[in-house]
Design a protein around this ligand. Structure first.
Ligand SMILES: Cc1ncc(COP(=O)(O)O)c(C=O)c1O
Length: 476
């Protein structure tokens, strides 16, 4: 029931978002409007047929129209009846573009990477990398690698236990305290991934009969936590406190509102002051997922809540170590009571093996570097401004991003993969994103900027991307 409600609502809202400088204004007042109508008229004309690279094939439009629901509703009663239609579809679409996912990388996730082209079998060397989250370039720093090697000598590879049984090493305990201190909170708790931090926190706190309201662009791990909690789940229109107000109105009971610091596919930030005001009005608690903003936003790097001067007004601070710290894992930080309660009820944490101590050692060093080298953050924002200027000059549609996550809005689900292949062959590693990661007709390339990129790399990458976008009339 909850799942159906969520699916129904997501279908209803898919495609609706705050208008911006690159998009036509959509009438938000008609909530029941069929979303697929949005923006269709802005789609670019067909690709030129004179693309001379024979290896690149334009995908069959029919094949690209498939989505998860086709396999679910089209199959019979045997649970495996889904497999054959999916396999037929996959064989058709994989060489036409889906192969661009899960390409093996043969180097560290640096600013240039060697990537295996599984279609041709070649290793494409020295591609400018805009696909990795390594926003501060910390994952491969010699100091981080050294800390990892030392921990491996002491602890070996894994932690061999749940954090509440035998999996907590001295490194885990110290790191949790360091995160609490960094975030300026009473306590913090470490999870194996950012995904499990969301699922465990939301489902640990909320129950059937409660209400959770999240921004419509909330990450899948937030949505999955909502489903698992069995609470009534609603979504408010992206960054629209007025709609949040409506969604909370009239509900008596426990309420949790969830927003992100930087939205992972759009790169924009929430209007926290207004959201907090609405939460206060309705007695709702507020949780912020700072997966993409912790360690880079705010005066001391705490995140967007600090950046907006509202850090103490947010009840639950969540984040990941997989983005700016370039490692793995997730955390929540807040009051001691909150953390103690969730220690007992976050099933995704205590029914799962603790992070490897090797990873924790690398994270501790990465945190130390992020704190002691504020110039990394300055370099990141300089690089972001430089890339935004390059793309703006070329009139590349970018959405509302105000962060290191820059979406290049292609809005052409049928041709994004052929564009992706051409960009890959030009020498740039960047991921195409399409439904279901974003709404239908909202396909884009998601660009991640790092403090480690040189100006030359940014320029070279932008020029190569723009040259392909021009061939598809995405920019003039
Ligand atoms: C907003 C947000 N929250 C949570 C996660 C999950 O984090 P992780 O990949 O560390 O599990 C992501 C991942 O991209 C994310 O974008």
């Amino acid at each position: 029931m909850v799942i159906l409600e969520l699916m129904g609502f997501l279908r209803e809202i898919t495609g609706l978002r705050k208008p911006n400088r690159n998009e036509p204004v959509t009438d938000m007042s008609d909530a029941s409007k069929e979303s697929t109508a949005v923006d269709v008229e802005t789609r670019a004309p067909s690709p030129r047929v004179d693309v001379d690279d024979q290896a690149i094939s334009t995908p069959e439009p029919g094949a690209m129209e498939y989505d998860y629901t086709n396999f679910y509703f089209g199959a019979g009663e045997d649970a495996f009846a889904l497999l054959e239609p999916f396999d037929d579809w996959w064989k058709q679409v994989k060489p036409a573009g889906y192969y661009l996912y899960e390409l093996p990388i043969h180097t560290a996730p640096g600013t240039r990477v060697d990537v295996e082209d599984t279609k041709t079998g070649e290793i494409r060397k020295g591609l400018v990398n805009f696909a990795s989250y390594n926003y501060l370039g910390l994952s491969y720093r010699p100091e981080v690698k050294e800390a990892i090697k030392e921990a491996a000598d002491t602890y070996g590879g894994g932690s061999s236990g749940s954090p509440i049984l035998s999996g907590t090493t001295a490194l885990h305990r110290e790191f949790a305290q360091e995160i609490a201190d960094f975030k300026g909170k009473e306590a913090a708790m470490i999870f194996p991934t950012g995904y499990s931090a969301n699922v465990g926190t939301i489902a640990g706190l909320m129950r059937s009969g409660d209400l959770i309201v999240a921004d419509q662009y909330a990450h899948a791990s937030i949505v999955d936590g909502m489903i698992l909690s069995k609470a009534k789940s609603k979504f408010f229109r992206h960054n629209r406190p007025d709609d949040l107000d409506k969604k909370l109105d009239g509900f008596n009971g426990k309420k949790l509102v969830i927003v992100e610091g930087v939205y992972s596919m759009d790169g924009d930030v929430p209007p926290l002051a207004e959201i907090i005001e609405v939460c206060r009005k309705h007695g709702a608690r507020l949780m912020i997922d700072e997966a993409h903003s912790a360690f880079v936003f705010g005066e001391t790097g705490k995140g967007v809540a600090e950046d907006q001067g509202l850090d103490d007004e947010v009840d639950i601070h969540l984040g990941t170590f997989s983005k700016s710290l370039g490692g793995q894992g997730g955390y929540i930080a807040g009051s001691e009571e909150l953390i103690n309660y969730l220690r007992g009820f976050s099933r995704s944490r205590f029914f799962s093996c603790a992070l490897s101590p090797v990873v924790v050692a690398g994270l501790r060093k990465a945190l130390e570097l992020a704190v002691n080298e504020p110039e990394l953050g300055q370099q990141l924002w300089e690089n972001v401004a430089y890339m935004q200027a390059l793309l703006e000059e070329a009139q590349v549609p970018m959405g509302d991003s105000s962060s290191q996550v820059i979406p290049i809005m292609v809005r052409d689900d049928a041709r994004i993969f052929s564009m992706g292949e051409e960009i890959f062959r030009e020498g740039v590693f960047i991921n195409p994103v399409k439904y279901p990661a974003v709404g239908k007709h909202k396909s884009r390339f998601r660009m991640s900027i790092s403090a480690a990129h040189s100006k030359e790399e940014l320029k070279e990458g932008a020029e190569k991307i723009v040259s392909v976008l021009r061939r598809y009339d995405i920019c003039p």
